[in-house]
Design a protein around this ligand. Structure first.
Ligand SMILES: Cc1ncc(C[n+]2csc(CCOP(=O)(O)OP(=O)(O)O)c2C)c(N)n1
Length: 629
């Protein structure tokens, strides 16, 4: 850690630094981020882009009295470093360490927790209105990336701001990137503002003036830019129509200009929006060259940016390649992503079927209703959306897809514990929110070959369906040449047995097999079942085993409440069987970030826990006797 950085215990310490020291501190923070995240991994690119912006905000405002929010908050690392967490920064995203996002329980400086996009403006407005009602005078500052403006909630907030408060500062941190290139009309609009020649000229001028005279004059330049915006670019700037006074765009790496601008905006008696231009990955060439990779990544080489080669393909890649293969033969198939072409693997689909690929921005609700619309016209839309982000689209799934019996397929990546990202990103609720919806067929594959089969199955049926599969590398099984349709609602019996029936959902099948081996050593015979279908559940299979086993075990990478195990209990109850069910899954609490294996052990999502709960239920069972032939 650099000397200046070492001296910053809280944002108050920034107030004693002169401009040259602030610049030097910015460089120290960049170096610190690059070196530290090389070991832990994290959101390097976004944070390198907001070093000056965060410094300027903390130099002018006083958190925690003033409220500072970041949209998504993956770019809040510099904020963490400046608010007393620098010495623990090497623990970020590590078990027991700092969270990778803002967390209200982690620091009083984290005014609002996040992880999903589009919430900063609404939450900031809530805080501003609460302040107004309470007669307070603290500032509320919401920093949101350009991609946050592709999200509906951001616009719902904009629609309300001017009516509801006179004091709110919105910062649009525009780097022209989402994780991939930002998309749509809003992105084009911002781009036009940024590339306007007049602004380019004003930027250069601002820089010169600041170098010569310092802050005050710079504010005049910002104001002139604002005037120019009105006359040159747009009959009336979009944000002005929403009742926010627009300032910018200004250079988001020009610290004195940022500081003077914030001082000026602090005094505003109406809501304002400051448009700052930043460069994602600034100061680290590999991040500038590899914007997508360095948005968020695991450990890397601190000089070259190289990352270790991971041998097996991921589920996301298998999903996307399979979809592209299926689309070769079926031109009704279209693929939809909500700003995650990289994460969902659809990057692999895009070049093979460019006209049937849609990135709609961070707009999960729109993605689903859009898919529904296409389905009414005979297309077979496939929405590739992480389990956690599909939560946003619950009502469209109910109202626009399932109620209308439309054949939309939801491919839910990152279903199960996400690990390092923590509770905002764990995909632990999708069975809970989908299982109760009529019409939907819900599946979970135990390996990549079965994922392909399930995609084929889903595309062969006439109604809605969803497949949940985990983050990361596939199992590595041999794959069939062509995927095959599976019989709907039929489980796969991997091994038959008499004493206990173990149902391992999706990748948890591996644990089911481990448990079975362990029980065999205890002298019990276990059936190992791959349920395949969460809905419709295989009642025939359940009835069959309910007649002979002492207990069922369900293993799932999902919340126990409302999960697959609950579905088994309900089905048995409906069938009239009173057989105990040992349900292994995540407890009814938000699970912290950490390494998957350690978290499973801590929370009892394990073979050991299943074994521990099962033994008393089997104790009265007579051990199998050998029958003499
Ligand atoms: C609802 C939701 N969908 C998708 C994501 C995944 N995601 C995380 S960051 C990000 C892009 C953010 O871009 P921007 O806000 O412009 O910030 P930048 O990283 O460019 O600084 C996306 C799509 C998310 N966090 N929330």
């Amino acid at each position: 850690m650099g000397k200046l950085l070492e001296s910053i215990q809280s944002p108050a310490d920034l107030k004693n630094l002169n401009p040259a020291q602030m610049e030097a501190l910015a460089q120290e923070i960049r170096e610190f981020l690059i070196q530290s995240l090389a070991k832990t991994g994290g959101h390097l690119g976004p944070n390198l882009g907001v070093v000056e912006l965060t410094l300027a905000i903390h130099a002018v405002f006083n958190t925690p009295t003033d409220k500072l929010l970041f949209d998504v908050s993956h770019q809040a690392y510099v904020h963490k470093i400046l608010t007393g967490r620098a010495t623990r920064f090497d623990s970020i995203r590590q078990p027991g360490g700092l969270n990778g996002f803002m967390l209200r329980t982690e620091s009083e400086h984290d005014a609002f927790g996040a992880g999903h996009a589009g919430t900063a403006l609404s939450a900031a407005l809530g805080m501003a209105v609460a302040r107004d009602l309470a007669g307070g005078n603290e500032n509320v500052i919401a920093v949101a990336g350009d991609a946050a403006f592709t999200n509906g909630i951001t616009f719902e907030a904009l629609n309300n701001i001017a009516e509801q408060t006179k004091k709110l500062i919105v910062v649009l941190n525009d780097n022209e990137w989402s994780i991939d290139r930002n998309v749509g009309a809003i992105a084009r609009y911002f781009h036009r503002v940024v590339t306007n020649e007049h602004y380019q000229h004003l930027h250069k001028k601002a820089k010169e003036i600041i170098e010569r005279f310092g802050g005050k004059t710079a504010v005049k330049v910002v104001r002139r830019a604002e005037e120019a915006a009105k006359s040159f670019l747009w009959p009336s700037m979009m944000f002005e129509e929403f009742g926010l006074e627009y300032f910018g765009p200004i250079d988001g790496h020009n610290l004195p200009l940022l500081i003077e601008t914030f001082k000026f905006l602090k005094a505003a008696d109406h809501p304002v929006l400051l448009h700052v231009l930043t460069q994602k990955g600034r100061g680290f060439q590999p991040a500038l060259d590899g914007q997508k990779k360095f948005h968020g990544l695991g450990p890397y080489h601190p000089e070259t940016g190289d990352t270790p080669f991971s041998g097996l393909p991921t589920y996301s890649e298998v999903f996307a390649n399979t979809l592209a293969d299926l689309a070769d033969k079926d031109d009704r198939i279209v693929a939809i992503t909500a700003a995650m072409p990289n994460g969902t693997g659809l990057d692999h689909f895009r070049p093979r079927h460019p006209s049937r690929y849609f990135d709609v921005g961070i707009a999960e609700e729109h993605a689903v209703v859009f898919a529904a619309g296409m389905a009414t016209r005979g297309f077979r839309p496939v929405c590739a959306i992480y389990s956690t982000f599909l939560q946003r689209a619950f009502d469209p799934i109910v109202h626009d897809v399932c109620l209308q019996k439309l054949p939309v397929l939801f491919c839910m990546d990152r279903a199960g514990l996400s690990g390092d990202d923590g509770p905002t990103h764990h995909g632990l609720f999708d069975i809970g929110y989908l299982r109760s919806i009529p019409e939907i067929v819900l599946m979970s594959p135990r390996n990549e070959d079965e994922l392909a089969d399930m995609m084929k199955t889903a595309l062969d049926i006439a109604g809605p369906s969803a497949i949940r599969y985990p983050r990361g590398a596939v199992v590595g099984v041999n794959r069939k040449q062509q995927p095959q349709s599976l019989p709907i609602g039929e489980a796969e019996i991997l091994t038959d047995g008499q004493d206990v029936a173990i149902l391992g959902l999706g990748p948890m099948c591996a644990l089911a097999e481990e448990l079975s081996a362990r029980l065999a050593r205890d002298g019990y015979s276990a059936a190992v079942i791959n349920p395949r279908f969460i809905k419709p559940i295989d009642k025939e299979m359940l009835a069959n085993y309910a007649r002979r086993v002492a207990a069922f075990v369900t293993l799932e990478d999902h919340a126990k409440t409302g999960g697959f195990g609950t579905a088994v209990v309900e089905a048995l109850e409906e069938l009239g069987f009173l057989v105990p069910v040992v349900r292994i899954g995540w407890p009814d609490q938000f699970i912290e970030h950490g390494k998957v294996d350690a978290l499973r052990a801590r929370h009892g999502v394990s073979v050991e826990e299943a074994h521990r709960q099962l033994l008393p239920l089997l104790a009265n069972r007579r051990l199998p006797t050998l029958v003499a032939s």
